[in-house]
Design a protein around this ligand. Sequence first.
Ligand code: G
Ligand code: G
Ligand code: NA
Ligand code: MN
Length: 253
Amino acid sequence: LARIADLRAAIDRRDLMVAFQPKVDPATGAVVGAEALARWHHPADGMVPPDEFIPLAEHSGLIRPLTLHMLEVALRSRAAWARTGHDLHVAVNLSPNGLLDVTLPEVVERLLAQTGSAPASLTLEITESSIMADPSGSLATLERLHALGVKLSIDDFGTGYSSLGRLRRLPIHEVKIDRSFVQRLTHDHRDRAVVRSAVQLGHALGLEVVAEGVEDAGALELLAREGCDLVQGYFVSRPLAPDAFTEWLTGQP
Ligand code: G
Ligand code: G
Ligand code: NA
Ligand code: MN
């Protein structure tokens, strides 16, 4: 309970930090976007991992203010990068019950206007399992977000059990191949087969395909060869604090 109060205070005081991890084109190395990841530095206990505080936020009614904070910081940061000539998109994660919040599309629309952001410069990452949790409820929200021009991405793709038929009917722009298939790509021919068919399936459905968890040069090279559109992972860069991310961007071609 003390943790919940501390998390609420951190969100209210805008103390929740955002780390950014770049998404790059594996064929050219060009930086195309960045994913915003929440970071919480607890005043007494130090860094609390998101795997702990995101579920806590979900169960204590704090996920909505947390998500709004992430959206606001992500969009403001994106605007600042654009002013220095780096016109990237920014991705924010939605929690499983985020899609059940019927006010989300209005809130997103307002934040886009306030930060002067084009809707297509925002990607919302949604896990496969959260869509399956309430297919009809989440579809309505997804369609309204899609109508705004915001891009939708299926995160952790391949770990859920969404049918291909359902995937085809969702108003999504991107699938993000789960890192469990990408991390050992160079060593495991089965993972390579999974990644190859995920890229082909995504493209056949007109989607962009992103691979996360790229940890070595071999994986990057294979993904480029398979025609994967974007890659993300420690080999390119770890998630970086905002200042470090800006500095990293400056060093890019
Ligand atoms: O890289 P990292 O350790 O930050 O992320 C751990 C998990 O927490 C991932 O599943 C990631 O999607 C999730 N996560 C990180 N930031 C956010 C956030 O702002 N909102 C939600 N819903 N999940 C997040
Ligand atoms: O997809 P999701 O939002 O769950 O992924 C974000 C998580 O993945 C974050 O915890 C981030 O720190 C982590 N991550 C990012 N790149 C890599 C990587 O190359 N390897 C591993 N193991 N984790 C990564
Ligand atoms: Na994500
Ligand atoms: Mn993921």
